[in-house]
Design a protein around this ligand. Sequence first.
Ligand code: CUA
Length: 333
Amino acid sequence: MQSSFPFVPESASTLSGEVDAIYFYISGVTIFFTLLISTVVIFFAIRYRRRNAFEIPRPIEGSTKLETLWSVIPLLIAMSIFVWGAKVYFAQYRPPKNAMEIYVVGKQWMWKFQHATGQREINELHVPVGQKVKLIMATEDVIHDVFVPAFRIKADVVPGKYTTEWFEATKPGRYHFFCAEYCGMNHSGMGGWVVVMEPTDFDNWLSGNANQMSPAAAGQQMFDSLGCVSCHGASGEGGRGPALVGVFGSQVVLNGGQKVSADEIYIRESILNPQAKIVSGFGPIMPSFQGQVNEEQLLQLVAYVKSLSTAKPETPTTKTPVATKPTVQQSNK
Ligand code: CUA
């Protein structure tokens, strides 16, 4: 699994080629100017050295042409690095909308993955080749970081919020991933393998592990057992809390009149800290569920709320979950 060029890891995602290209470009520019400037310094030091003790150098007037040139050329080079770098950065940090979503929870010192269809994995993640995959990531304890060198992706997993990263693998194989944020004694062992499979193999793998409840279904059970339903019936039954159908992905109007877009982070906050953003027309009566649900259960609750709005399948290779028509205006997020 070594690449032909020994200085970079194997290249196995749609982004890795461009990340390498910009890396080599910056390295090339750096090496070129380092050599050019040090050669010229040495050459001038010898060529224009003082030859006798009474020598007085000719006065130098300066040259506008030369100064313009050595300001404009570096500016253009620096801007090319900035523009190209920004382009790659945005491609990497804006997950595409049609991605297959996988929930990730890190804890000292292991990684737990759950597919939208319910399959769970520990320290190993199976994905199909040629499919955009978005990781929605949380941590039970301290900061961790998911780093897959072969895909050139790396993102922190931070307590109290969700972070995401995405990739599209370009060839089947096993790729090492690491925790890339020091997190205590067994940090160095906190890693595993991403297993990239042909789509048919992946479907077989999925159906061979199909006995687990989907996060959305588990979230619905949690929703019932916590008694959420008494205030928050999916379509507004109960009446004390806003209806949840169609909320996810919409623009929610708050009591203060401002709008927030209902994404995973908003849903999570509304469960743990309900007073932070109160929906217009409702009172501050919801209790916090901080401490009553762990990160995995939170993700399941979020998945359930999401399932009340997602009209598209989360995993394109399996059958469409029961979709409910959104009743609220959709955001263009
Ligand atoms: Cu987890 Cu380092």
